[in-house]
Design a protein around this ligand. Structure first.
Ligand code: CAO
Length: 226
């Protein structure tokens, strides 16, 4: 046996996560998106421009910034006095796994930025998170968070909401699947699992299902994100 102190960042993040897990009535909603076209487009764009590496993540961040405008209840916070604060900006956070624990930098105004600029900012944030740590300002003010485990694997998980936000979207590994669109009609699609956790005090199940359908539709038509 061996005793090791929990790294400071992990301890702080752990306290925050425990509070959110206990205090927020989480509901989990699962869906899938067809990202076959998106993957083809991503490869094409990466071949044309080797400076900026596009992964799936910036496309998803862009899609969320668009959907938060369509689903304003997803872009709120509870103020603790019986009010919902509706935000009029679209800042998206993404969880970054570091040796010291999980950090969530926030890319501001994703609605006005290209997928390429979101990718560039996220790459800089991820490097900063892993090397020198992020400032409090880098991690403040997010409207919604994406937690992507897709580069590792998994078929779904239940991410903890990053309060005061009211929803978080988890991504796991996209895999090729046979989709039977009608009897005798088989299509092959690259399917991305979507794992949405939402605060049931603010968001109802029907809206959560619609939100995930919206994510899937945007990702299935990637030109709409460029
Ligand atoms: N399905 C299949 N492949 C995926 C994928 C998915 N859902 N998501 C990413 N990939 C691929 C990428 O496209 C890339 O492939 P290519 O090299 O062929 O282009 C490869 O996996 C590596 O991606 P990446 O990890 O370098 O980049 P990213 O933008 O997907 O993620 C970052 C960046 C910083 C978010 C990620 O590295 C990370 O730290 N994730 C951890 C988040 C986490 O721990 N969440 C858990 C929270 S709950 O405890």
């Amino acid at each position: 046996m061996e005793l090791r102190p929990i790294p400071r960042t992990q301890e702080l993040v752990g306290r925050f996560l425990s509070r959110n897990w206990v205090c927020i009535p989480h509901v989990f909603h699962q869906d899938e998106a067809d990202i076959s076209q998106l993957e083809a487009l991503r490869k094409e764009l990466n071949a044309a421009d080797t400076e900026i590496k596009l992964t799936l993540l910036p496309f998803v961040m862009k899609a969320l910034s668009i959907l938060l405008a369509e689903f304003p209840q997803f872009n709120t916070s509870l103020d603790g006095e019986g009010n919902l604060v509706y935000k009029k900006y679209f800042h998206i956070g993404a969880a970054v796994d570091t040796p010291n624990g999980l950090l969530v930098p926030v890319v501001r105004n994703c609605d006005t930025k290209s997928v390429q600029s979101i990718a560039t900012e996220m790459a800089q944030f991820a490097a900063k998170a892993r090397e020198r740590g992020l400032s409090t300002a880098d991690m403040a003010g997010g409207c919604m968070t994406v937690s992507s485990l897709g580069h590792i694997g998994g078929t779904g998980f239940t991410p903890i909401i990053n309060a005061p936000q009211v929803a978080i979207l988890g991504l796991t590994k996209a895999v090729w699947k046979q989709i039977i669109s009608a009897p005798g009609e088989v299509d092959y699609q690259l399917r991305l699992p979507l794992s949405l956790s939402y605060d049931h005090r603010v968001i109802n199940g029907a809206d959560a299902a619609r939100f995930c359908v919206g994510v899937a539709q945007l990702l299935a038509t990637p030109e709409s994100l460029l």
